[in-house]
Design a protein around this ligand. Structure first.
Ligand code: PLP
Length: 389
């Protein structure tokens, strides 16, 4: 169904070892209730892909299609925007403006003068920045987004459309992260990052609690619990959020496989090393949202004990998977960072050793998360063809 290409598959030796609670249930209940109350909230579709299941030699494949999430094109709408809302509420209390403002108050324009005096910022490859900018616009804050020079004009424009100021930083994603942090410290701005590190966990925890809503919707819509979940990894935030939600909603034993681009496989490298490690190099994968060299601390704390295996796949397989989804009927529009999980499933299914290592067989029920639509339409057109056939 897609050409077999070289890939890596590493069963996690740390799987099953008890660890810390990274995302407490109370925080998730709050996030889910909050986000579900926002104007424009709607569950995204869960698609059955029987043709893909047949090709993979498994019983069922379901694909949670996040292309339509809040009109932003990716699941990231659930995370950054929610963290912005939480941050503004906390900051209004700290400044003595409103001891217990509700997000609904902000949506209604209350405390507009005070929120406009608060600036939120982040570095982004695209989707997270779009979510933060959208949240800032909705909740009345000022927003400055740092992008590195390789972020496409289309992605920059999509962020600017939500009223954010865009600053372009020479170099790569990590350079943009450093610049955002330095300017924020100097100017008194608030960094809303989707990755966590020692001393910075509160905001990314909110981001990940927001992501869990995607997993809850998918698991509630499935006819039967999955046996396997394949999900793509950047810093690991979404994979960890899915992992926590699997534990909350499914019987034990669901196998979580985290799939990264081979040029940015920091989670797989960390699993091999037995500790979080950074991978170097240009991280020049086509899968822009997954081009991360260092795991998120919180995500790693969950995945090191809960992931069943880590995979790394080549860029060509992502393009194969995008085309496969685009050419089937009915068509599924998936961006290049949306399909690493699908590519991982098909490559593993076509390889006897990986199939056995992951326990994939004719009874397997697989859940995939299609985490974005065509968020860079020009790139999509180049890789797949015109969006409207
Ligand atoms: C479409 C898409 N999928 C997956 C991811 C990976 O998320 P994480 O960095 O939390 O692992 C990203 C990150 O930007 C993304 O944009």
């Amino acid at each position: 169904m897609i050409p077999q290409r070289p890939f890596a598959c590493f069963p996690n030796p740390g799987q099953g070892i008890p660890g810390v609670v990274v995302l407490p249930e109370g925080g998730f209940r709050r996030a889910a209730a909050e986000i579900a109350s926002w104007p424009g909230y709607a569950e995204t579709p869960l698609l059955a892909l029987p043709d893909v299941a047949a090709a993979a030699g498994v019983a069922a494949v379901h694909y949670k299609d996040e292309a339509g999430r809040f009109g932003l094109g990716s699941f990231k709408a659930l995370g950054g925007a929610y963290a912005v809302a939480r941050l503004l509420v906390a900051e209004l209390a700290r400044r003595g403006v409103a001891p217990a403002a509700r997000v609904a108050d902000l949506l209604a324009g209350a405390h507009a003068e005070a929120t406009a005096a608060i600036t939120v910022t982040c570095a982004t490859d695209g989707n997270h920045g779009r979510s933060v900018a959208w949240g800032a616009q909705r909740f009345g804050a000022r927003c400055v987004i740092f992008v590195h020079e390789h972020v496409s004009a289309g992605r920059r424009a999509a962020i600017a459309a939500y009223g954010a100021e865009i600053r372009v930083v020479p170099g790569h994603y990590d350079d943009a992260v450093r610049e955002a942090a330095a300017v924020a410290a100097r100017e008194g701005w608030f960094v809303v990052s989707d990755t966590s590190y020692p001393g910075y966990t509160e905001v990314p925890r909110d981001v990940m609690q927001g992501y869990r809503l995607m997993a809850r919707e998918a698991l509630a819509a499935l006819p039967e619990p999955p046996t396997h979940v394949f999900v793509q990894g950047g810093v690991g935030g979404v994979a960890a959020a899915v992992s926590v939600q699997l534990r909350a909603q499914c019987p034990p034993g669901v196998r979580l496989v985290v799939v990264e681009p081979e040029r940015a496989a920091c989670l797989l490298a960390s699993a091999r090393a037995g500790a979080p490690v950074a991978v170097g190099g240009a991280l020049d994968t086509l899968m822009a949202g997954l081009a991360c060299g260092e795991p998120s601390l919180l995500a790693w704390q969950e995945l090191e004990r809960a992931a069943f295996a880590f995979m790394a796949v080549p860029d060509e397989s992502a393009v194969d998977a995008m085309r496969l989804l685009a050419r089937r009927a009915p068509r599924v529009v998936a961006g290049e960072s949306a399909v690493a999980g699908l590519a991982g499933l098909l490559l593993a299914a076509g390889d006897a050793a990986a199939r056995a290592a992951l326990g994939l067989d004719a009874g397997s029920r697989v859940l995939l998360f299609g985490t974005e639509g065509a968020t860079d339409p020009d790139l999509y057109a180049r890789l797949v063809g015109a969006l409207s056939p």
